[in-house]
Design a protein around this ligand. Structure first.
Ligand code: GDP
Length: 196
């Protein structure tokens, strides 16, 4: 699969406005600032496919990109903004839960977490929802360039151990958009999801 050919298709405010539930989708989720936009831009080799600077509190949309006809990458709204009112946070969480539980064409979920602060409550919640729906998970520990190799390994091992507790199909890898670490691991996983 050539992810460089990925292009924007449409945005949706909630799952009722998504295109038809057919083909294969892989979704990207993470706390705001986790490095999700950068990862999508690195994967697709496009400078601003997913905007890398977004205003917290602004209406968050589900953005859909097409890799090829019927094969989509889905950029889910970032979660965990401190300044957002509780009511709005709960609404986003509900939308994410709905998408993960009801979207039949959803094959895999990529959860991005800053390698220095992994597995926050909402990260764990996303993994739980995915596992409940038999969706495979790839956890990317982002900004790995911020840690020296020893600390990087230690965080990887810690999260891999914790992942065993979810009893699902969860792969954990280190990632850096800046240093292009883990990009092959990501595209290989996407290939496997889009192929079978
Ligand atoms: P998003 O909110 O999850 O989409 O996160 P962004 O991709 O917008 O990145 C948030 C911040 O982290 C920005 O300042 C990026 O420049 C920075 N960032 C993203 N990826 C990396 C990385 O691999 N290494 C480093 N050092 N910084 C990164």
């Amino acid at each position: 699969w050539n992810y460089h050919l990925t292009h924007f298709v449409t945005s949706a405010p909630d799952i009722r406005h998504l295109p038809s539930d057919s083909g294969i989708e892989v979704a990207f989720a993470g706390r705001s600032n986790a490095g999700k936009s950068s990862a999508l831009n690195t994967l697709t080799n496009q400078k601003s496919l997913a905007r890398t600077s977004k205003t917290p509190g602004r209406t968050q949309l589900i953005n859909l990109f097409q890799v090829a006809e019927g094969y989509r990458l889905v950029d889910l709204p970032g979660y965990g903004y401190a300044e957002v009112p509780e009511e709005v946070k709960l609404k986003w969480q509900h939308a994410l839960s709905e998408y993960l539980h009801r979207r039949e064409c959803l094959k895999g979920l990529v959860v991005l977490m800053d390698i220095r602060h992994p597995l926050k409550d909402l990260d764990q919640q996303m993994i739980k929802w995915a596992v409940q729906s038999d969706i495979q998970v790839l956890v990317l520990l982002t900004k790995a360039d911020k840690l020296a190799s020893g600390a990087r390994k230690a965080q990887l091992n810690l999260v891999r151990e914790a992942a065993k507790g979810f009893v699902g199909d969860i792969q954990v890898e280190v990632f850096s958009s800046l240093k292009r670490i883990g990009v092959d691991k990501l595209s290989q996983k996407l290939d496997s999801w889009f192929t079978d």
